[in-house]
Design a protein around this ligand. Structure first.
Ligand code: CO
Ligand code: ZN
Length: 333
């Protein structure tokens, strides 16, 4: 799982440009899938049909997003300096000093206008990318080009650090879950979605076409275990989080109970999640068509939306175990 995660996180796929990550996933899931298709928005839909006819079989959509936060070129000045806008939630404080890699392979460093105060991170509109050009005509990127953080994967014992753990950690968990399910009574749709970071767009359209009875997003969640962090109960290494609420969604209580009781029966660690900022694909799934029973299994992650997002390896392994246990048996509702 670690080497696949390294490959996935070192691949570039800003929102709207998910092709490179989709290719890797396609190759991994092919031997385990009954059907594979790519929809108009670029989401990869991998179906695993029920292996036995059972009463109370459900059509279940699982979603992990392929895209990562990034930037888009908005202007190139006469000296070849590149102004940019956020493509997803790129924050000023994480962008200073960053390196950006564009889809054509060009890299640049982020510079900034004179600081009003040395302790304050400027907004993105006061930053630019220096790609080594000296004029607009020799600048190797143009308006509309997409880029993302350039950063390699590393391991610190059990702690894994990379750009785009949001949500390649969820992607790897979904792939490994598909591989580990031996039999299922359910009609399962493993969906690797596009454009989550710009507003859960791919998940909404995929959910409309699949019309699931239950939807579950697998994504990262913030933690409350760093100095002076938000007061939240989620911690790294304490198990997958059963989402109860985030500002975009109230999880369906039946899904919450299903996750928690499955974890207890399987003696897997889990945490209850109330997230104070952010949301996931589960929100878009929940409000599609006439509404869907939805929830989320979250992977605790520190420094979300920085170029060094950190997860714990045990949390990934336990997330795979919990999802596998949930999807291998009939549900009671
Ligand atoms: Co995100
Ligand atoms: Zn995410």
């Amino acid at each position: 799982m670690k080497s696949l995660l390294k490959t996935l996180t070192e691949t570039f796929a800003p929102s709207g440009y998910e092709d490179a990550v989709r290719k890797i996933i396609q190759k991994e899931v092919k031997p385990y899938a009954d059907e594979i298709r790519v929809d108009a928005m670029g989401s990869l839909i991998v179906r695993k049909k029920p292996t036995a006819a059972v009463k109370n079989s459900k059509r279940i959509m699982l979603a992990a997003h392929m895209d990562e936060i990034g930037v888009i070129v908005s202007h190139v000045d006469k000296n070849g300096y590149v102004r940019f806008a956020s493509n997803g939630g790129v924050f000023g404080r994480y962008t200073l000093g960053a390196r950006i890699r564009f889809m054509n392979g060009v890299t640049g460093v982020v510079g900034f206008d004179k600081l009003e105060s040395v302790d304050q991170a400027p907004s993105l509109s006061k930053m630019y990318i220096d790609v080594g050009a000296t004029s607009r005509s020799n600048c190797p990127v143009k308006v509309g080009d997409f880029g993302a953080f350039e950063r390699s994967y590393m391991e610190m014992g059990n702690r894994l650090v990379a750009k785009s753990m949001d949500d390649r950690a969820g992607v790897v968990v979904l792939i490994e879950t598909l591989k580990s399910i031996k039999a299922t009574p359910h009609d399962l749709y493993f969906v690797f979605t596009t454009q989550e970071e710009v507003g859960t767009r791919g998940a909404g359209t995929a959910a409309f076409s699949i019309d699931p009875e239950i939807g579950i997003a697998i994504d990262v969640t913030g933690t409350g275990d760093t100095p002076a962090s938000l007061k939240m109960s989620m911690e790294l290494g304490k198990g997958p989080c059963v989402k109860v609420r985030d500002p975009g969604m109230l999880a369906d209580l039946r899904v919450v109970e299903w996750m928690a009781s499955t974890a207890e029966k399987a003696k897997l660690p889990y945490q209850r999640e109330v997230l104070l900022v952010g949301s996931t694909d589960a929100r878009a799934i929940q409000v599609t068509r006439a509404g869907v029973m939805a929830g989320a299994l979250s992977i605790p992650c520190r420094y979300i939306h920085s170029a060094s997002e950190m997860v714990d390896y045990d949390d990934l392994k336990n997330s795979v175990k919990l999802l596998t246990a949930m999807l291998s048996r009939p549900v009671s509702f």
